[in-house]
Design a binder for this molecule. Structure first.
Ligand code: ZN
Length: 176
């Protein structure tokens, strides 16, 4: 998961590029739209409240990260801001949408994002930053079976070390 600051910077950057008041030359007017963009880009992770309340990690990177939910939020922003502020609503909507896309790019298969809800509940990941363990095996196959449970939250390096320890123990038993 990218840090909230990464989501915030991306959201603010999108607002800076798309917002109708950009380039922001007035220092005071400059802050509020960028802060709103940064805040909206972090909003999908509010699903941690559901994880906390329901004690179920599978809620994380669920519907709040989907493209359809982002579209609904964008339409609500458009309704709130009005047709005269369509471009501002687009900037804020894209800032919100960027969260799911960034998670999609940076998470592994097992921790992927339900980007296509409600059409598909599959967790998707671009696997761009997928790591390999010490044996050169891909972690993705192992992670696919762990979708949505707490085991999927264990960092790969830790799992690789645990598995390496088990293999060493097995080979030691074989030597005796
Ligand atoms: Zn997220």
């Amino acid at each position: 998961m990218p840090l909230p600051i990464a989501h915030g910077l991306l959201g603010a950057s999108i607002v800076a590029a798309v917002h109708p008041d950009a380039p922001f030359t007035d220092g005071r007017r400059f802050r509020l739209p960028l802060m709103v963009g940064a805040l909206l880009a972090n909003c999908p992770d509010a699903d941690f409240l559901l994880v906390w309340a329901l004690h179920d990690r599978s809620w994380h990177r669920g519907f709040t990260h989907s493209l359809v939910f982002a579209l609904v939020v964008s339409l609500l922003l458009l309704a709130y801001l009005g047709r005269s502020r369509t471009r501002a609503a687009l900037a804020y909507g894209l800032a919100f949408t960027s969260h799911g896309v960034l998670d999609f790019i940076t998470t592994k298969v097992g921790g992927g994002v339900k980007l296509l809800l409600p059409f598909s509940s599959q967790r998707l990941s671009s696997q761009v930053l997928e790591s390999s363990n010490a044996n050169g095996e891909s972690e993705s196959e192992e992670n696919e079976s762990e979708t949505g449970n707490q085991k999927g939250a264990v960092p790969c390096a830790v799992r690789a070390r645990v598995r390496g320890g088990r293999e060493r123990a097995a080979s030691n038993n074989g030597d005796e």
